[in-house]
Design a protein around this ligand. Sequence first.
Ligand SMILES: Nc1nc2c(ncn2[C@@H]2O[C@H](COP(=O)(O)OP(=O)(O)OP(=O)(O)O)[C@@H](O)[C@H]2O)c(=O)[nH]1
Ligand SMILES: [Mg+2]
Length: 728
Amino acid sequence: MMTNSQEQNRVWLLDTLEYLENFAQRDEDYPGERGYESKAIAYQHAVVRDGRYRVVFLGAFNVGKSTALNAFLGGAYLPMDIEECTSRLTFIERGDSLKILLSLDTAASRHEIEALERALASLPVTVESNDNPLEISILCQDENPDSMRRSLEPLITVLADEAYPHLASLREKTESLTLCLPEEALKDDLVFIDTPGVHSISETRQKITYDIIEHCHLVIAFIDSAFVGNIHDLNFIKRIITCRDRRVFFVLNKADKLDNDEIDPRATFGPAGQLVETFRRNDIPDHSDIFFLSGYRALSALELDQKRLSLEEALDDNKLMLPTAVWERLDQSENPEEDLSAFLMGQSRFPLLKERLMDYLVNENKSNAVFTRAARFIHERASDYLISITNLLALARNPEKFNELKENRDLLNIQMDTIRSEVDTILERYAIQFHGGQQDEVFGPGYASHLRSQLSEGLIDSEIIQPMLDWLRKKGQLKMIRQGNFLPLAAQLEHEIDIYVTGVVKKLRSVIENNEKRTSEEVSRQISRARELRAALSEPERLVKAAWDAAQSEEQKTFGADGSELTGFSGGSVASIMPALGNAIGVGLGGFVGTLRGWIARFAWSEERWIKKMTPVLQQQTRQLLIGEEADEKENAESEETTSPSVQTLLLDYSNRRGIAFEEAIRQELEHVMETVQRECDALLSREMEIRRKQESVIERLKPKESKLQGIKERAESMLDEDLVAGS
Ligand SMILES: Nc1nc2c(ncn2[C@@H]2O[C@H](COP(=O)(O)OP(=O)(O)OP(=O)(O)O)[C@@H](O)[C@H]2O)c(=O)[nH]1
Ligand SMILES: [Mg+2]
């Protein structure tokens, strides 16, 4: 039940969003991009209208969002793939029967509907498009999730572009796609949203996902538990957390790939500890809940229960990685399906997450959260539009300022040049830390030489070879090897290398991250100065001020209604380094074992002789694997052998690409802000004639807009204050 004041708030939010949407769409004094902005406002309007609480599943592509969401929904309704899979937002809500609802922005042609019918012909579904020309329903005739998942494949997967090209025009027309499921976990006031992965190679998909963030109330953020601390994930985390007022559950997924002793939900060590440490280092508030999950195991357990997955299929599934002890137990079991399902569900840690989420959703004041989010959205928009209107009004009230503005345009350019050159200096310092070198007081060894010093032959000997020799001398080890069983040796070497390389990567990362952190803080200050220029446009005298207050005012924070913030550094070109390293180490060790096999015949040697003989081989193999041939680094690309690149080569390449991507991202961000200032200045000047001619009428026209926006801003502010009081 809504109280009176809640009802009043709701009515006010709806009216205001309508006003803002009209303003963005039609008002001659609106300065920004109309299409994008009015769409975002319309969506927020729809959110307040239906009042439903949006829970969004976010994360890098392939991290297992759709799989985990399927586990929540109790069946494999959503397509999943080992390749990048989901291509569009998929809304999921409660309905009476299984149904897919397409909302179109233009009516589908007969031809398009027939094409859809043909694509789905082999499935027990019917396509309906009768009443509303902007809607198509796909009704599933049975309760089987497969029908829905397979119907979705031509509509929402990356693969569909290739596999179903004739449905491209229909996909294009589809504005939103909603699944209706009779699933109990879906309460009437909830909407779940599956998203395309961020860091996707497709910028469109990436943007689709970023844009939905500002309309959601709870974020379930997925991170691959094997790659916590990946710069991509970090930027993504910052992005969602800096959209204030949003609760985030972090899910460290694919936990089945971790050892049991790495799983610590209290986040004192292991990947969760690393995540909290990353939060701390980057000034991210770290009060969020963190969960471990294996969505895949949870879904497999559910499918075993539902008899959609057979015991044989489960046992054959490499991804489930069933330990021998489980096989043995199942052999003895009277009801192996049930036992396996119980085992997988327990191991998945899914029940913990589900219970916590459901509990949270029951206790959360959902309508309040919907209103607060909308109020914040409105506040940001109103503040932003207000800057432009106020600038314009100041000029209309005193058109003499146009002369100053014209004169000061040069000054503005000088200011912008100063900012650019400051940023250049900052980036030069960044480059010194990146490439190495010295300038004035600043000295840096560079990522590459830092890395080389970490991978010196001396260090490799003392940190890897010596411990290996100690291990070999332990009782029984050599005997096993001499009998031809090299696996323990390879495993031990892998273990030593792993520990060492992990340490090297950690140090390298910390060097890179410190450099990036310092640089982005300094650049942020310059960007604040640029933002200050925008607010001061109609008061050209303020442009003269040499000193700039870098403190961020509310306006500055919300600057850039497209939501760009100084947080999305580093583009899609930097893939995660760890899988490539793991692969290189694996391949290198394979070669090592091969070499050792040639020795089996030498039984007669004494232990010490064995070790003496083995030491240089160990050394050489390990160095080869870690540092590679010097030729590797030189431009000797023609060498026929396709040996795996060394750890050093991989890390050099990684740090290089990351360094370049960071620098590019900084420049882009700066240019974005600069362009906005320039655009606004040009727009003000281009209106000079009109304003001079119709000074009075322009003032009369702008005044009510200014006070309306001011009023909106204040009321939104007070709603947010009230909520803070109520929520504290
Ligand atoms: N080992 C393991 N694999 C998983 C787990 N969850 C998902 N996968 C696998 O990871 C791959 C990607 O899963 P999806 O659910 O499609 O991932 P997604 O995050 O939705 O990917 P996009 O739609 O491309 O953003 C599939 O091959 C899944 O089987 C898990 O918990 N453990
Ligand atoms: Mg997906």
